[in-house]
Design a protein around this ligand. Structure first.
Ligand code: GAL
Length: 414
């Protein structure tokens, strides 16, 4: 009796200490700082906090995440990695190879991620066969956004081919309207470029060129045509585009200063944050051509010490794949849930179209990873392509020279 009271007391004391120690905590590194992105990340912060977690925010501004990835490198090198990091695609593997990622297979098992995630997405989240990241969404990259009233005023409709796009843009320009809202940053040039590669070359060409890095596809007549179209597009952006953030380009479409933007559906998060309605105030359509370029955002957890931080990682990972988060986050973010079977009843037609097109693409072999958003290639190879694309866009380099230099740059980056 005496012993069992003592044992219970020890157990209670132990539990108490354990609970006090393991107050879930997470320092979260992300680059979601635009209006729509901030609304989306707030949903995660709210859910984490309402489940007892302590959130330490580490936002690093800069669309596409280049600055955030630099900040991450500095933190890991100084031996002080953040608890949770917005990380995706092959870069998850690159960090895993450095030996700095935490193992999430325990959470994945308890939460049955193998049953809840499509195999292709789960594949990106595993390191050496074990879960090391949790997916928040699926963004489609190859969208063209349009201001409905501007198109009506100019008497142009949504282009279904690149030639139609060019004709519409010439008409808009003659009316003094900026045809294409664009921000002059390398990753934005790359975002437009990959949609043009898909549209002009088709899905099989895209795969050969930007996934398999086939030298013959990189330096081909088709690639020359792609660069021709990039040069034409350069003529449709306003003169102040240099350095502009993507969300300010989206604002130009929202405000009617520009007609179109070619951007992933995080742009929809900006329209949503501005209270705009798809189909009425603005239009969402895939860029001309077939295929679906996907970009899955995810969080990887870094190896940290301390029960609080480990508990924070587990809680965060669990919530991220949860049904509630997958809905609330993606409603704000513009993307669609990564979790299978999440009801889309509250989502708009752009999201439903994205989900439908993704299914069709998956069954027809045209579901392709975005190179510009870090889903297809390792950092060095993607960087070599983007450098060349942006160099071409901002110079008078010929298309033939660009195609040749592209193949050379990729060869040198291997
Ligand atoms: C992408 C990211 C999106 C969005 C965008 C602009 O790379 O996957 O979630 O944040 O950058 O910042």
């Amino acid at each position: 009796m005496k012993r069992s009271v003592l044992a219970s007391l020890t157990l209670i004391a132990g539990l108490g200490a354990g609970t006090a120690l393991a107050e879930p905590q997470a320092e979260v590194l992300h680059w979601w700082t635009s209006g729509g992105e901030a609304r989306a990340v707030q949903t995660l912060m709210d859910e984490f906090q309402s489940n007892g977690g302590k959130w330490v925010d580490m936002p690093v501004a800069g669309g596409g995440g280049d600055a955030a990835m630099q900040a991450l490198r500095a933190r890991v090198l100084s031996g002080n990695a953040p608890t949770a990091v917005q990380l995706k695609g092959p870069s998850i593997q690159e960090w895993y190879e450095e030996g700095v990622l935490a193992d999430l297979s325990g959470v994945g098992k308890v939460e049955k991620w193998d049953l809840l995630l499509p195999a292709a997405i789960a594949g990106h989240m595993k390191c050496g066969g074990k879960y090391c990241a949790a997916p928040v969404n699926v963004h489609r990259v190859n969208w063209i956004w349009a201001n409905t009233a501007v198109l009506a005023r100019a008497g142009v409709s949504i282009p279904t081919s690149w030639d139609e796009f060019n004709t519409a843009a010439v008409k808009l320009k003659a009316l003094g309207i900026t045809p294409l809202a664009h921000g002059g940053q390398a990753w934005q040039d790359a975002t437009v470029f990959e949609s043009v590669v898909l549209g002009i070359g088709g899905p099989a060409f895209y795969r050969k060129a930007l996934v398999d890095l086939d030298p013959a596809a990189l330096n081909s007549a088709t690639m020359v045509k792609v660069f021709d179209q990039m040069r034409t597009l350069r003529g449709f952006v306003d003169s102040n585009f240099s350095g502009r953030e993507w969300n300010l380009a989206t604002a130009m479409v929202i405000n009617g200063e520009a007609a179109f933007q070619i951007m992933g559906d995080w742009a929809k998060g900006e329209f949503t944050a501005a209270g705009k309605t798809p189909g009425k105030d603005y239009q969402c359509n895939p860029t001309p051509g077939a295929g679906f370029l996907y970009n899955v955002d995810s969080f990887a957890m870094f190896k940290v010490s301390g029960a609080d931080r480990e508990a924070g990682q587990k809680l965060l990972a669990k919530l991220i794949v949860g049904e509630n988060f997958q809905k609330t986050f993606n409603l704000a973010k513009g993307s669609i849930p990564a979790r299978l079977g999440t009801p889309l009843g509250e989502f708009d037609y752009c999201a439903r179209r994205s989900a439908y097109d993704m299914d069709v693409a998956a069954s027809s072999g045209t579901l392709l990873p975005s190179y510009a958003h870090g889903m297809a290639l390792r950092g060095q190879q993607a960087g070599a392509i983007t450098d060349l694309v942006t160099q071409h866009f901002n110079s008078d380099m010929s298309s033939a020279q660009a195609a040749k230099s592209l193949a050379d740059a990729v060869a040198n980056s291997r």
